[in-house]
Design a protein around this ligand. Structure first.
Ligand SMILES: NC(=O)c1ccc[n+]([C@@H]2O[C@H](COP(=O)([O-])OP(=O)(O)OC[C@H]3O[C@@H](n4cnc5c(N)ncnc54)[C@H](O)[C@@H]3O)[C@@H](O)[C@H]2O)c1
Length: 418
Protein backbone atom coordinates (compact mmCIF):
# COMPACT_ATOMS: atom_id res chain seq x y z
CA UNK A 1 0.00 0.00 0.00
CA UNK A 2 1.12 3.54 -0.71
CA UNK A 3 2.65 5.76 1.92
CA UNK A 4 1.60 9.24 0.80
CA UNK A 5 3.07 12.63 1.65
CA UNK A 6 0.92 15.61 0.75
CA UNK A 7 3.03 18.78 0.69
CA UNK A 8 0.87 21.86 1.32
CA UNK A 9 -2.31 21.34 3.36
CA UNK A 10 -4.68 23.99 2.02
CA UNK A 11 -7.78 24.02 -0.13
CA UNK A 12 -6.36 21.36 -2.48
CA UNK A 13 -3.94 19.37 -0.31
CA UNK A 14 -6.24 18.65 2.62
CA UNK A 15 -9.14 17.17 0.56
CA UNK A 16 -6.59 15.02 -1.29
CA UNK A 17 -5.13 13.81 2.02
CA UNK A 18 -8.65 12.98 3.20
CA UNK A 19 -9.32 10.92 0.07
CA UNK A 20 -6.03 9.05 0.48
CA UNK A 21 -6.93 8.27 4.11
CA UNK A 22 -10.34 7.02 2.99
CA UNK A 23 -8.58 4.75 0.48
CA UNK A 24 -6.71 3.15 3.39
CA UNK A 25 -3.33 4.70 2.58
CA UNK A 26 -0.82 5.84 5.15
CA UNK A 27 -0.89 9.62 4.85
CA UNK A 28 1.31 12.36 6.22
CA UNK A 29 0.84 16.04 5.62
CA UNK A 30 3.77 18.42 5.32
CA UNK A 31 3.15 22.14 5.67
CA UNK A 32 5.65 24.87 6.45
CA UNK A 33 3.07 26.92 8.34
CA UNK A 34 3.22 25.79 12.00
CA UNK A 35 -0.20 27.22 12.82
CA UNK A 36 -1.73 25.05 10.04
CA UNK A 37 -0.08 21.87 11.30
CA UNK A 38 -0.88 22.61 14.97
CA UNK A 39 -4.51 23.33 14.22
CA UNK A 40 -4.91 20.21 12.06
CA UNK A 41 -3.28 17.96 14.66
CA UNK A 42 -5.63 19.37 17.29
CA UNK A 43 -8.61 18.42 15.11
CA UNK A 44 -9.52 21.80 13.68
CA UNK A 45 -9.83 22.08 9.90
CA UNK A 46 -9.21 25.48 8.32
CA UNK A 47 -10.51 24.28 4.94
CA UNK A 48 -14.31 24.65 4.66
CA UNK A 49 -14.71 21.56 2.46
CA UNK A 50 -13.04 19.33 5.07
CA UNK A 51 -15.13 19.19 8.24
CA UNK A 52 -13.74 18.64 11.70
CA UNK A 53 -15.49 15.25 11.62
CA UNK A 54 -13.60 14.38 8.40
CA UNK A 55 -10.38 15.46 10.06
CA UNK A 56 -11.13 13.38 13.16
CA UNK A 57 -11.54 10.32 10.89
CA UNK A 58 -8.24 11.17 9.19
CA UNK A 59 -6.43 11.49 12.53
CA UNK A 60 -7.95 8.16 13.64
CA UNK A 61 -6.59 6.63 10.44
CA UNK A 62 -3.09 7.81 11.38
CA UNK A 63 -2.89 11.12 9.50
CA UNK A 64 -0.52 13.66 11.04
CA UNK A 65 0.51 17.12 9.88
CA UNK A 66 4.09 18.24 10.31
CA UNK A 67 6.58 20.85 9.18
CA UNK A 68 9.35 18.25 9.33
CA UNK A 69 10.43 17.53 5.76
CA UNK A 70 12.56 14.61 6.97
CA UNK A 71 9.32 12.60 7.05
CA UNK A 72 9.35 12.77 3.24
CA UNK A 73 12.01 10.05 3.26
CA UNK A 74 9.24 7.59 4.27
CA UNK A 75 6.94 8.40 1.36
CA UNK A 76 6.35 6.18 -1.67
CA UNK A 77 4.23 8.97 -3.22
CA UNK A 78 4.72 12.72 -2.73
CA UNK A 79 2.12 15.15 -4.03
CA UNK A 80 3.03 18.84 -4.15
CA UNK A 81 -0.02 21.07 -3.46
CA UNK A 82 1.64 24.38 -2.60
CA UNK A 83 0.44 27.82 -3.80
CA UNK A 84 1.33 29.21 -7.22
CA UNK A 85 0.46 32.90 -6.83
CA UNK A 86 1.62 35.97 -8.72
CA UNK A 87 4.59 37.98 -7.51
CA UNK A 88 4.72 41.75 -6.92
CA UNK A 89 5.20 42.36 -10.64
CA UNK A 90 2.15 40.25 -11.54
CA UNK A 91 4.23 37.35 -12.90
CA UNK A 92 4.06 33.65 -11.93
CA UNK A 93 5.71 32.97 -8.58
CA UNK A 94 7.06 29.43 -8.43
CA UNK A 95 9.01 30.00 -5.21
CA UNK A 96 6.78 27.65 -3.16
CA UNK A 97 7.04 24.93 -5.82
CA UNK A 98 10.82 25.29 -6.00
CA UNK A 99 11.11 25.17 -2.23
CA UNK A 100 8.87 22.08 -1.93
CA UNK A 101 10.72 20.32 -4.77
CA UNK A 102 14.09 21.06 -3.15
CA UNK A 103 12.98 19.74 0.24
CA UNK A 104 11.63 16.62 -1.40
CA UNK A 105 14.68 16.07 -3.61
CA UNK A 106 16.99 16.15 -0.59
CA UNK A 107 15.15 13.14 0.87
CA UNK A 108 13.89 11.28 -2.18
CA UNK A 109 14.32 7.53 -2.24
CA UNK A 110 14.40 5.52 -5.49
CA UNK A 111 11.01 4.27 -6.68
CA UNK A 112 9.02 7.23 -5.35
CA UNK A 113 6.21 8.73 -7.40
CA UNK A 114 6.44 12.55 -7.40
CA UNK A 115 3.31 14.43 -8.50
CA UNK A 116 2.96 18.17 -8.97
CA UNK A 117 -0.64 19.22 -8.38
CA UNK A 118 -0.13 22.99 -8.12
CA UNK A 119 -1.41 24.82 -11.17
CA UNK A 120 1.37 26.08 -13.44
CA UNK A 121 2.40 26.59 -17.04
CA UNK A 122 3.53 23.80 -19.37
CA UNK A 123 7.09 22.73 -18.62
CA UNK A 124 6.95 23.32 -14.87
CA UNK A 125 6.95 19.58 -14.11
CA UNK A 126 9.39 18.43 -16.79
CA UNK A 127 11.80 21.36 -16.52
CA UNK A 128 11.51 23.18 -13.19
CA UNK A 129 10.51 20.42 -10.76
CA UNK A 130 12.52 17.69 -12.50
CA UNK A 131 15.76 19.64 -12.53
CA UNK A 132 15.44 20.64 -8.85
CA UNK A 133 14.53 17.14 -7.66
CA UNK A 134 17.18 15.46 -9.81
CA UNK A 135 19.91 17.85 -8.68
CA UNK A 136 19.03 17.48 -5.00
CA UNK A 137 18.56 13.71 -5.06
CA UNK A 138 21.13 12.61 -7.63
CA UNK A 139 18.35 10.42 -9.09
CA UNK A 140 16.91 10.50 -12.62
CA UNK A 141 13.23 11.07 -13.40
CA UNK A 142 11.69 8.31 -15.50
CA UNK A 143 14.43 5.89 -14.46
CA UNK A 144 14.87 6.13 -10.67
CA UNK A 145 11.63 7.85 -9.77
CA UNK A 146 8.35 8.61 -11.52
CA UNK A 147 7.36 12.22 -12.15
CA UNK A 148 3.94 13.50 -13.23
CA UNK A 149 1.59 16.45 -13.22
CA UNK A 150 -2.00 16.03 -12.12
CA UNK A 151 -4.11 19.17 -11.76
CA UNK A 152 -6.53 19.73 -8.93
CA UNK A 153 -10.01 20.60 -10.16
CA UNK A 154 -11.59 21.14 -6.79
CA UNK A 155 -14.47 23.61 -6.68
CA UNK A 156 -14.67 24.92 -3.11
CA UNK A 157 -18.20 24.71 -1.74
CA UNK A 158 -19.39 22.32 -4.46
CA UNK A 159 -21.37 19.56 -2.73
CA UNK A 160 -21.79 17.51 -5.89
CA UNK A 161 -18.24 17.18 -7.18
CA UNK A 162 -15.34 16.17 -4.95
CA UNK A 163 -11.87 14.64 -5.40
CA UNK A 164 -13.53 11.21 -5.73
CA UNK A 165 -16.04 11.85 -8.52
CA UNK A 166 -14.25 14.55 -10.52
CA UNK A 167 -12.31 12.94 -13.38
CA UNK A 168 -8.59 13.16 -12.71
CA UNK A 169 -6.15 14.10 -15.48
CA UNK A 170 -2.58 12.79 -15.22
CA UNK A 171 0.38 13.36 -17.51
CA UNK A 172 3.88 12.01 -16.86
CA UNK A 173 7.41 12.91 -17.79
CA UNK A 174 7.47 9.55 -19.61
CA UNK A 175 4.66 7.11 -20.50
CA UNK A 176 5.74 4.93 -17.58
CA UNK A 177 5.50 7.94 -15.27
CA UNK A 178 1.95 8.57 -16.57
CA UNK A 179 1.05 4.94 -15.88
CA UNK A 180 2.47 5.11 -12.34
CA UNK A 181 0.53 8.26 -11.54
CA UNK A 182 -2.66 6.87 -13.11
CA UNK A 183 -2.37 3.72 -11.03
CA UNK A 184 -2.05 5.77 -7.84
CA UNK A 185 -4.97 8.10 -8.60
CA UNK A 186 -7.26 5.19 -9.55
CA UNK A 187 -7.37 4.45 -5.80
CA UNK A 188 -8.65 7.98 -5.09
CA UNK A 189 -10.76 8.94 -8.10
CA UNK A 190 -13.53 7.14 -9.99
CA UNK A 191 -12.14 8.14 -13.38
CA UNK A 192 -8.55 8.79 -14.44
CA UNK A 193 -7.77 10.42 -17.79
CA UNK A 194 -4.26 9.90 -19.14
CA UNK A 195 -2.79 12.88 -21.02
CA UNK A 196 0.00 12.37 -23.54
CA UNK A 197 2.51 14.25 -21.40
CA UNK A 198 2.89 16.42 -18.31
CA UNK A 199 2.81 19.49 -20.58
CA UNK A 200 -0.57 18.48 -21.97
CA UNK A 201 -1.98 18.01 -18.47
CA UNK A 202 -0.58 21.41 -17.41
CA UNK A 203 -2.12 23.08 -20.44
CA UNK A 204 -5.46 21.33 -19.85
CA UNK A 205 -5.71 22.84 -16.37
CA UNK A 206 -4.88 26.35 -17.58
CA UNK A 207 -7.32 25.95 -20.46
CA UNK A 208 -10.17 25.08 -18.07
CA UNK A 209 -9.81 28.24 -16.02
CA UNK A 210 -8.88 30.49 -18.94
CA UNK A 211 -12.07 29.36 -20.68
CA UNK A 212 -13.97 30.71 -17.69
CA UNK A 213 -12.02 33.96 -17.63
CA UNK A 214 -12.55 34.63 -21.34
CA UNK A 215 -16.27 33.86 -21.23
CA UNK A 216 -16.78 35.94 -18.10
CA UNK A 217 -15.01 38.82 -19.86
CA UNK A 218 -17.32 38.42 -22.85
CA UNK A 219 -20.48 38.82 -20.75
CA UNK A 220 -18.92 41.54 -18.59
CA UNK A 221 -18.11 43.64 -21.62
CA UNK A 222 -21.54 42.90 -23.06
CA UNK A 223 -23.18 43.96 -19.79
CA UNK A 224 -21.38 47.31 -19.84
CA UNK A 225 -22.27 48.02 -23.47
CA UNK A 226 -25.84 46.69 -23.30
CA UNK A 227 -26.43 48.72 -20.14
CA UNK A 228 -25.29 51.89 -21.92
CA UNK A 229 -27.57 51.10 -24.86
CA UNK A 230 -30.54 50.33 -22.64
CA UNK A 231 -30.82 46.57 -23.23
CA UNK A 232 -31.23 44.19 -20.26
CA UNK A 233 -28.27 41.83 -20.69
CA UNK A 234 -29.58 39.44 -18.03
CA UNK A 235 -32.81 38.84 -19.90
CA UNK A 236 -30.82 38.42 -23.12
CA UNK A 237 -28.64 35.81 -21.38
CA UNK A 238 -31.70 34.00 -20.05
CA UNK A 239 -33.03 33.85 -23.60
CA UNK A 240 -29.72 32.65 -25.05
CA UNK A 241 -29.33 29.91 -22.45
CA UNK A 242 -32.56 28.26 -23.56
CA UNK A 243 -30.62 26.96 -26.56
CA UNK A 244 -30.08 23.31 -25.62
CA UNK A 245 -26.73 22.98 -27.39
CA UNK A 246 -23.68 25.07 -28.26
CA UNK A 247 -24.10 27.72 -25.57
CA UNK A 248 -23.02 27.83 -21.95
CA UNK A 249 -24.22 30.80 -19.91
CA UNK A 250 -21.71 32.82 -17.91
CA UNK A 251 -22.94 35.67 -15.72
CA UNK A 252 -21.58 39.21 -15.63
CA UNK A 253 -20.49 40.56 -12.27
CA UNK A 254 -18.45 43.15 -10.36
CA UNK A 255 -15.15 41.43 -11.23
CA UNK A 256 -13.37 38.11 -10.72
CA UNK A 257 -11.70 36.85 -7.55
CA UNK A 258 -10.31 33.85 -5.74
CA UNK A 259 -7.11 31.91 -6.17
CA UNK A 260 -7.70 30.59 -9.68
CA UNK A 261 -9.56 32.68 -12.28
CA UNK A 262 -7.55 35.91 -11.80
CA UNK A 263 -4.27 33.95 -11.58
CA UNK A 264 -4.25 30.91 -13.87
CA UNK A 265 -4.71 32.80 -17.17
CA UNK A 266 -1.65 34.87 -16.23
CA UNK A 267 0.40 31.66 -16.06
CA UNK A 268 -0.85 30.88 -19.56
CA UNK A 269 -0.21 34.32 -21.05
CA UNK A 270 3.20 34.52 -19.38
CA UNK A 271 4.18 31.16 -20.87
CA UNK A 272 2.94 32.16 -24.33
CA UNK A 273 4.61 35.59 -24.26
CA UNK A 274 7.88 34.10 -23.05
CA UNK A 275 7.70 31.82 -26.11
CA UNK A 276 7.17 34.86 -28.37
CA UNK A 277 3.51 34.12 -29.14
CA UNK A 278 1.19 36.30 -27.07
CA UNK A 279 -2.36 35.12 -26.46
CA UNK A 280 -4.13 38.38 -27.30
CA UNK A 281 -7.67 37.26 -26.56
CA UNK A 282 -6.73 35.97 -23.11
CA UNK A 283 -4.76 39.10 -22.26
CA UNK A 284 -7.70 41.28 -23.30
CA UNK A 285 -10.10 39.24 -21.16
CA UNK A 286 -7.87 39.87 -18.14
CA UNK A 287 -8.03 43.58 -18.85
CA UNK A 288 -11.83 43.56 -19.23
CA UNK A 289 -12.38 41.60 -16.02
CA UNK A 290 -9.91 43.72 -14.03
CA UNK A 291 -11.77 46.88 -15.08
CA UNK A 292 -15.13 45.77 -13.64
CA UNK A 293 -14.78 47.17 -10.10
CA UNK A 294 -13.96 50.59 -11.58
CA UNK A 295 -17.04 50.28 -13.79
CA UNK A 296 -19.17 49.56 -10.70
CA UNK A 297 -17.80 52.70 -9.06
CA UNK A 298 -18.57 54.74 -12.18
CA UNK A 299 -22.14 53.42 -12.14
CA UNK A 300 -22.41 54.26 -8.43
CA UNK A 301 -21.22 57.78 -9.16
CA UNK A 302 -23.78 58.24 -12.00
CA UNK A 303 -26.66 56.96 -9.88
CA UNK A 304 -25.76 59.11 -6.88
CA UNK A 305 -25.40 62.18 -9.10
CA UNK A 306 -28.99 61.68 -10.29
CA UNK A 307 -29.97 61.98 -6.60
CA UNK A 308 -27.89 65.11 -6.09
CA UNK A 309 -25.14 63.25 -4.26
CA UNK A 310 -21.48 62.60 -4.94
CA UNK A 311 -19.26 59.70 -3.95
CA UNK A 312 -17.55 62.12 -1.56
CA UNK A 313 -20.67 62.78 0.52
CA UNK A 314 -22.52 59.48 0.19
CA UNK A 315 -23.02 56.52 2.49
CA UNK A 316 -22.69 53.28 0.51
CA UNK A 317 -23.58 49.80 1.77
CA UNK A 318 -21.93 46.80 0.09
CA UNK A 319 -23.92 43.60 0.44
CA UNK A 320 -21.93 40.34 0.10
CA UNK A 321 -18.17 40.74 0.00
CA UNK A 322 -16.65 37.33 -0.74
CA UNK A 323 -15.54 36.53 -4.27
CA UNK A 324 -17.93 33.62 -4.63
CA UNK A 325 -21.56 33.03 -3.75
CA UNK A 326 -22.16 31.17 -0.45
CA UNK A 327 -18.41 31.02 0.20
CA UNK A 328 -16.46 32.60 3.06
CA UNK A 329 -13.42 33.04 0.81
CA UNK A 330 -12.22 36.64 0.57
CA UNK A 331 -9.10 35.95 -1.51
CA UNK A 332 -8.74 38.57 -4.25
CA UNK A 333 -12.40 39.49 -3.91
CA UNK A 334 -13.41 42.32 -6.27
CA UNK A 335 -15.29 43.85 -3.31
CA UNK A 336 -11.89 44.84 -1.87
CA UNK A 337 -11.00 46.78 -5.03
CA UNK A 338 -14.42 48.37 -4.91
CA UNK A 339 -13.85 49.55 -1.34
CA UNK A 340 -10.39 50.87 -2.20
CA UNK A 341 -11.81 52.94 -5.07
CA UNK A 342 -14.76 54.20 -3.02
CA UNK A 343 -12.49 55.18 -0.12
CA UNK A 344 -10.22 57.04 -2.52
CA UNK A 345 -13.30 59.00 -3.60
CA UNK A 346 -14.10 59.81 0.04
CA UNK A 347 -17.18 57.55 0.33
CA UNK A 348 -18.40 56.35 3.72
CA UNK A 349 -18.56 52.54 3.18
CA UNK A 350 -20.17 49.84 5.33
CA UNK A 351 -20.80 46.18 4.51
CA UNK A 352 -23.22 43.41 5.26
CA UNK A 353 -22.19 39.77 4.84
CA UNK A 354 -23.45 37.05 7.16
CA UNK A 355 -20.48 34.86 6.14
CA UNK A 356 -17.80 37.42 7.06
CA UNK A 357 -17.45 38.68 10.64
CA UNK A 358 -14.50 41.02 10.10
CA UNK A 359 -13.24 42.53 6.91
CA UNK A 360 -10.22 44.78 6.49
CA UNK A 361 -9.28 45.27 2.83
CA UNK A 362 -5.79 46.83 2.59
CA UNK A 363 -5.55 46.39 6.37
CA UNK A 364 -8.25 48.99 7.08
CA UNK A 365 -11.43 47.60 8.67
CA UNK A 366 -14.79 48.29 7.07
CA UNK A 367 -17.71 48.77 9.46
CA UNK A 368 -19.99 45.72 9.50
CA UNK A 369 -23.77 46.01 9.71
CA UNK A 370 -25.72 43.07 11.05
CA UNK A 371 -29.09 43.92 9.52
CA UNK A 372 -28.98 44.25 5.74
CA UNK A 373 -32.44 45.76 5.37
CA UNK A 374 -32.11 48.48 8.03
CA UNK A 375 -28.65 49.34 6.72
CA UNK A 376 -29.98 49.51 3.15
CA UNK A 377 -32.72 51.90 4.27
CA UNK A 378 -30.06 54.13 5.87
CA UNK A 379 -27.60 54.14 2.99
CA UNK A 380 -27.71 56.52 0.03
CA UNK A 381 -26.81 53.60 -2.21
CA UNK A 382 -26.66 49.84 -1.71
CA UNK A 383 -24.45 47.78 -4.00
CA UNK A 384 -25.31 44.07 -4.18
CA UNK A 385 -21.96 42.40 -4.84
CA UNK A 386 -22.65 38.83 -3.71
CA UNK A 387 -26.07 37.20 -3.59
CA UNK A 388 -25.46 34.61 -0.85
CA UNK A 389 -28.46 32.47 0.09
CA UNK A 390 -28.15 33.85 3.64
CA UNK A 391 -28.63 37.44 2.44
CA UNK A 392 -32.25 38.64 2.16
CA UNK A 393 -31.31 40.34 -1.10
CA UNK A 394 -34.72 39.92 -2.70
CA UNK A 395 -36.17 42.27 -0.04
CA UNK A 396 -33.54 44.97 -0.61
CA UNK A 397 -35.66 46.83 -3.21
CA UNK A 398 -38.34 47.42 -0.53
CA UNK A 399 -35.85 49.14 1.79
CA UNK A 400 -33.12 50.66 -0.34
CA UNK A 401 -33.79 54.10 -1.87
CA UNK A 402 -31.15 53.35 -4.52
CA UNK A 403 -29.82 49.93 -5.40
CA UNK A 404 -27.07 48.85 -7.79
CA UNK A 405 -27.40 45.13 -8.45
CA UNK A 406 -24.18 43.75 -9.96
CA UNK A 407 -25.62 40.22 -10.13
CA UNK A 408 -28.75 40.85 -12.16
CA UNK A 409 -31.01 39.29 -9.53
CA UNK A 410 -33.33 42.17 -8.76
CA UNK A 411 -35.77 44.40 -10.59
CA UNK A 412 -37.78 47.42 -9.45
CA UNK A 413 -38.07 51.18 -9.71
CA UNK A 414 -35.00 51.90 -7.57
CA UNK A 415 -32.95 49.00 -8.90
CA UNK A 416 -30.18 49.55 -11.42
CA UNK A 417 -27.95 47.07 -13.23
CA UNK A 418 -24.25 47.04 -14.08
N1 LIG B 1 -8.15 26.66 -4.07
C1 LIG B 1 -8.65 26.13 -5.16
O1 LIG B 1 -9.88 26.16 -5.35
C2 LIG B 1 -7.77 25.45 -6.20
C3 LIG B 1 -8.38 24.70 -7.20
C4 LIG B 1 -7.59 24.07 -8.14
C5 LIG B 1 -6.22 24.23 -8.09
N2 LIG B 1 -5.63 25.00 -7.12
C6 LIG B 1 -4.18 25.10 -7.11
O2 LIG B 1 -3.65 24.31 -6.05
C7 LIG B 1 -2.45 24.91 -5.55
C8 LIG B 1 -2.57 25.11 -4.06
O3 LIG B 1 -3.61 26.02 -3.82
P1 LIG B 1 -4.42 26.04 -2.46
O4 LIG B 1 -5.65 26.82 -2.74
O5 LIG B 1 -4.54 24.67 -1.90
O6 LIG B 1 -3.43 26.88 -1.56
P2 LIG B 1 -3.54 27.17 0.02
O7 LIG B 1 -2.90 28.47 0.24
O8 LIG B 1 -4.93 26.91 0.49
O9 LIG B 1 -2.63 26.04 0.69
C9 LIG B 1 -1.29 25.86 0.38
C10 LIG B 1 -0.55 25.38 1.63
O10 LIG B 1 0.81 25.13 1.25
C11 LIG B 1 1.65 25.52 2.33
N3 LIG B 1 3.02 25.70 1.79
C12 LIG B 1 3.50 26.72 1.06
N4 LIG B 1 4.79 26.49 0.72
C13 LIG B 1 5.11 25.29 1.25
C14 LIG B 1 6.30 24.50 1.24
N5 LIG B 1 7.39 24.89 0.59
N6 LIG B 1 6.29 23.33 1.93
C15 LIG B 1 5.18 22.93 2.59
N7 LIG B 1 4.02 23.63 2.61
C16 LIG B 1 3.99 24.79 1.95
C17 LIG B 1 1.00 26.75 2.89
O11 LIG B 1 1.39 26.97 4.23
C18 LIG B 1 -0.49 26.41 2.77
O12 LIG B 1 -1.01 25.82 3.94
C19 LIG B 1 -2.27 26.20 -6.34
O13 LIG B 1 -1.42 25.96 -7.42
C20 LIG B 1 -3.66 26.49 -6.84
O14 LIG B 1 -3.64 27.27 -8.01
C21 LIG B 1 -6.39 25.59 -6.16
Amino acid sequence: MYSVAVIGLGYTGLPLAREACRAGMRVMGIDDNPSVTASLNSGHSHVPDVTDADLAAMLDAGFRASADENLLAEASVAVICVPTPLDDTGSPDLSHVRCAAGGLGDRLKPGTLVVLESTSFPGTTDDVVRSIVERASGLSAGRDFALAFSPERIDPGNDTFSVRNTPRVVGGYTPRCTAAAAEFFRHLCDQVVEAGSAREAELAKLLENTYRSVNIALVNELAVVAGTLGVDVWNALDCARTKPFGFQAFRPGPGIGGHCIPVDPVYLTHWARASGAPLRLVELSQEVNAAMPAHVVRRAEQLLRQRGKTLGNARVLIVGVTYKRNSTDLRATPAATLVRLLRQAGTDVTYHDPLVDDWAPDGEPVERTADALDAAADADLTILVQDHDAVPFDRLPEYSPLLLDTRGRLRGPHVHQL
